[in-house]
Write a protein that binds this ligand. Sequence first.
Ligand code: SAM
Ligand code: SF4
Length: 332
Amino acid sequence: MSPRLVDGFGRAITYLRVSVTDRCNLRCNYCMAGEVQFSPRQDVLSIEELEFLTSAFVACGIRKVRITGGEPLVRKGFMHLFEGLSRHLKSGALDELCVTTNGILLAKYAQGLADYGVRRVNVSLDTLDPVRFAEITSGGDVEAVLRGIEAARAAGLSIKLNAVAQKGYIERDAETLVQFAQDLGLDISFIETMPLGEVKSNCADHYLPLGDLRSLIARRWTLADTEETTGGPAHYARIEETGGRIGFITALSNCFCEGCNRLRLSATGALYTCLGHDEFTDLRSIIRQEGRAADLEDAIRLAITAKPRSHEFGSAPVREPALKRLMSALGG
Ligand code: SAM
Ligand code: SF4
């Protein structure tokens, strides 16, 4: 099938990430500061508005939707969104509906997600060590995440672990995390820290190019590059000893924007065509203004025409964040 949304650089746009809240039950040091200014409630889209907007993107040609946050599983009524969007899976209009979560509440919701057609879940997990987990997340309980992973497996969901590669932390945890993923037969991806917003842990202090991390992992396992993709920005390597797969999301050291197929919708209805730029299209005001719903498709197409070629984070972080916006506003 030929792509129906194409940007000004000829890239097919097939993937929408929808943030359903900017709130979270954790405070990861690379993502948030202690005190965060969340969006005022009246600006946040209702579940019905989120479903309406997401469905408009599907009608325009989006084939994959990822629900994210903040922490999507803390959003009241979020299951109704999955219920509503599952009709696009049934009709064949959507290939995939998936979710990114910190896993804390996953044990409670894994089966329900599977029942609504979710097949893949990304779980963020930076360490298996309870003390370091609590330190990175400001008090989170790693056992809850592990119970969430078990429940997701029991529900038949395929899981990818995502770990942010923070210098000073990940060196101690990468091997254990990779081994854990191999034992359970899960994919795992490492992500370079990106300089977004005023957070607790300055990106410049904790930036580790993933080439260095790969060398560390390669002391224990033999890694072979592969062209495989799951439709996201990761470059994958196969572990020859186990047949498992490791992804490397090199936002800074090896910019992946050339093949970008993504759009991002915030919980307040702002459409961002690039994680690394401030410009957005306000879709909330379109759907909340009487008689303007017909303008929605035009606004989406116009925004896509202006999608920037690339983020401008540079190839290594400086102390000042590249953008004021936190990662939790758009969910990665
Ligand atoms: N709360 C959910 C979670 O943690 O999976 C979803 C939202 S979270 C913002 C999405 C992903 O962004 C997580 O994998 C998280 O580790 C990652 N992330 C957050 N801040 C980041 C940063 N500054 N640089 C790189 N990745 C970051
Ligand atoms: Fe919350 Fe996810 Fe950000 Fe951690 S990375 S603070 S879990 S939104």
